[in-house]
Design a protein around this ligand. Structure first.
Ligand code: SAH
Length: 265
């Protein structure tokens, strides 16, 4: 291979990370080894780390022990800090000349409010960079043995949030209930029953394959597979705990053949 051809964007060369900057960093779905090299380097150079509950402690610990750590919570119904305060906290820390690593689970720009945090930074003229991470869909699917697309089963894959608003799920059901498409639902456990019911009501067969994966990529990974008809009951019986990811589509059938990850706690 001609080594003079750049095959990846090289990180900006600043020497040590600059003071008064915010690095919005994706921490991946759980397994600390899924962190990017850039994320690991920035953690080693940080003055302060601001992190959410989905970020593995082993990742936060890549920062030196002397580094200030600020936990922002963000479990459902437990926001240690409201989003507006997190946004302004980042501005304040950068204004004080700190190199801030803002760690978010998965990828910062997928269902993580990363866009809102960066909007505030931009509005206050705080310099920032965004470092992508392995989003839960990619990480969890790989470790669960479920390819998100497959020539035989799915040519498209759609990511949605199943977050309930006023107890209902406001999704484009006709757009979701399509053959040859995989649906990945983030934050879907509380609405699993509604999700399965609506997909069937909008045309998917009741025996359409579906899976739910708890704590994917970690030693607590558990995968429950079933159909749109059976998954809600199976998931309830399994007493799954968040975070969980729901994958709907024929690709789920490949799990038995392609599963490889054996969580050992
Ligand atoms: N920005 C994150 C998503 C944040 S929303 C990302 O790109 O992955 C949080 C949701 O992500 C959880 O409710 C769950 O649906 C999903 N999730 C994150 N980590 C997960 C994991 N290890 N296993 C299963 N689902 C996960």
């Amino acid at each position: 291979m001609d080594k003079s051809i750049p095959f990846a964007a090289s990180p900006p060369q600043h020497g040590a990370a600059r003071p008064g900057w915010v690095y919005l960093v994706g921490a991946g779905p759980g397994d600390p080894e899924l962190l990017t090299l850039r994320a690991a380097r920035l953690l080693g150079e940080a003055d302060v780390v601001v992190y959410d509950h989905l970020v593995a402690p082993a990742i936060v610990d890549l920062a030196s022990p002397a580094v200030e750590r600020i936990y922002c919570g963000k479990r459902r119904n437990d926001h240690a800090l409201p989003q507006g305060e997190i946004n302004l906290l980042l501005v304040r820390l950068a204004a004080a000349g700190k190199r801030v690593v803002r760690l978010k689970g998965g990828d910062p720009y997928l269902f993580g409010r990363g866009g809102e945090e960066v909007e505030t930074l931009a509005g206050h003229a705080v310099p920032f960079e965004v470092i992508p991470g392995v989003t839960a869909a990619a990480g969890v699917a790989a470790y669960a043995g479920i390819p998100l697309t497959h020539r035989q089963y799915a040519q498209a894959c759609i990511f949605v949030t199943g977050h309930l608003q006023d107890g209902s799920m406001n999704l484009d059901w006709p757009g979701l209930a399509r053959p040859r498409q995989t649906i990945v639902v983030y934050m879907g456990l509380p609405g699993l029953e509604t999700l399965c019911r609506e997909l069937v009501a909008h045309g998917l067969p009741a025996d359409w394959p579906a899976a739910i994966v708890q704590h994917g990529t970690t030693t607590n990974q558990r995968t429950i597979t079933g159909t749109l008809a059976t998954l809600p009951t199976l998931a309830q019986a399994a007493k799954l705990r968040a975070p969980t990811l729901i994958i709907v589509g024929e690709v789920v059938k490949l799990k038995d053949k392609l599963g490889w990850f054996e969580p050992v706690s």
